[in-house]
Design a protein. Sequence first.
Length: 435
Amino acid sequence: MKQIQVGLIGFGTVGSGLAETLFEQKERLQKKVGAEIVLSQVADTSRKTLPKHFSGITLTKDANDIFTNPDIDIVVELIGGLEPARSFLLEAIKHGKHVVTANKALLSIHGKEIFEAAVANNVEVGFEASVGGGIPVIKSLKEGLVANRINSIMGIMNGTANYILTKMTDHGVPFAEVLKDAQELGFAEADPTYDVEGIDTAHKLAILMTIAYGTYVHLDNINTEGISDIEPVDIEFAREFGCRIKLLAISHHHGDHVEARVHPTMVPTSHMLANINGAYNAIHFNGDTVGNVLFYGLGAGKMPTGSAVAADVVDIGRNILCSSVNRVPALSYLPENIGTPKITPMSKLTCPYYFRITALDHPGVLETIAGIFNKHGISIKSVIQKSRHQFDPVSIVLLSHTANEEAVQNSIEEINALDVCTKKTVKIRILSDKE
Ligand code: HSE
């Protein structure tokens, strides 16, 4: 039987998930592919041995051994981070190897360079595992939704942040404790601030926008805010307003410009995204032909991500066997048709807002705050001040009607500068009815 040989760089959580998947699904894959998919070489600087059932795999510390191995067809990079991952991928491509990666950080920053190198060397780049863990969202976007103009992308794309918010909401567990759980479960990034500060979600949104719109979207194009300022009191207020707080990635295509933002969002409980809990991800597209489509599944973890990497390996293996390499362009659009995006400035955004202002409970404070919002053209929908502590600052919570982001920022600056304000004002955007 023919063989497709795979070299793997990085035998960590996802790398071992890929190895287990190829091992456990060996016969099934042979029946589906008509060839044996063999993980034949692993490069890992921190391992002396591999688990016993992988005794047939050669282990090396030097990734160059894989690039120069003439039997290897596909190089899988699963070490994460920018360097040496970038150099490894470029080197593998230069050696004529097809490459597979789960490295969303790398693709959202150096994607253009990597995809262009792959085109120049006529090799494939598989990156299904870079977004949505086990959810086959990239293949669906490239192939299943090919006949659509994508109008919007919206989703929960970070398992760790969603796990933290779910535990805080449903069980009242403090932030730090839940983060520790997520790290132990293997969801969190090596640097968990990427999860918590929305950066990992921004990596993924940049990749999806690139494919959806046919423009190279860079991490720097995404306006990014995380969940670290969210306190249990915000979660409680959200509940009272019939919402749950979710870290959302949101992009709308407005014709000649596109929105690109990641931030905590109050989502009405009647909305599907409010009910995506734990480490689950959900990614919603609106296409002009298909309408609304929602993808749901485990967005992180060893085996779901291993499943996605294995799918890329199989896709490339099939293309090699059928001599149809790059039948589907890596980014769906042909390389010569990929442009540069025009990003909508964040100051132009309009949506309803939640504000939590921490202030001393003095006469006239509310009137002053209302006056500032009024001056900036922001219309208040409701106000809550729960309890009165004579000497302590209190939380004053306001919901606005649809307001403009620039006016909101200017108002918050003025409010924070008031002598009676004792803490930074927290603002959370509310998902509008249109979305
Ligand atoms: N740290 C990521 C998450 C892993 O929590 O979703 C998957 O990309």
